[in-house]
Design a protein around this ligand. Structure first.
Ligand code: ZN
Length: 154
């Protein structure tokens, strides 16, 4: 495993759409392993392919309950709403208020290509939305209600 460089604000790859994964091979597994290690090293809760410079639909999420790997994910159900502070490893030190659904169900493939569904509430629902947006070239600042001032960030 290896820690990869996280793409930061200003790099246009953050605004590019990722492509479907079609090969579920060792290269994909290495990418997923590296992304999890990179996310943990940076103390983030999620990371998307284009954030490590790879234009593929891959996401890792860990809200403290273990790593969730999502390949070719899509949101198939979203309900409720939450307005909370959100940040991103590509925009270190910045936070903004966003409106996200409270409950989200995602359909994705695992690292072997098997399709599964996973549901999340609260922080996990927010992470699903944030990371899947990344795959479409959307960052949270594109949908932010307002950015927090430095005084509001503890
Ligand atoms: Zn992000």
């Amino acid at each position: 495993m290896a820690i990869r460089n996280i793409v930061k604000d200003g790099d246009e790859i953050l605004h590019k759409k990722c492509r479907e994964v079609v090969k579920f091979d060792e290269r994909l597994w290495t990418l997923l392993d590296d992304m999890a290690e990179t996310m943990h090293d940076a103390e983030g809760v999620g990371l998307a392919g284009n954030q490590v410079g790879v234009l593929r639909k891959v996401v890792v999420i860990d809200i403290g309950e273990g790593v969730i790997e999502l390949v070719n994910p899509k949101i198939i159900k979203a309900e409720g709403e939450q307005i909370t502070a959100e940040g991103c490893l590509s925009f270190p030190g910045e936070y903004g208020m966003t409106k996200r659904p409270m409950n989200v169900t995602v359909q994705a493939q695992d690292r072997n290509g098997k399709t599964f569904e996973i549901s999340g509430e609260g922080l996990l629902a927010k992470a699903f939305c944030h990371e899947i947006d990344h795959l479409d070239g959307i960052v949270y600042k594109d949908i932010v209600i307002r950015m927090l001032s430095p005084e509001e960030i503890e």
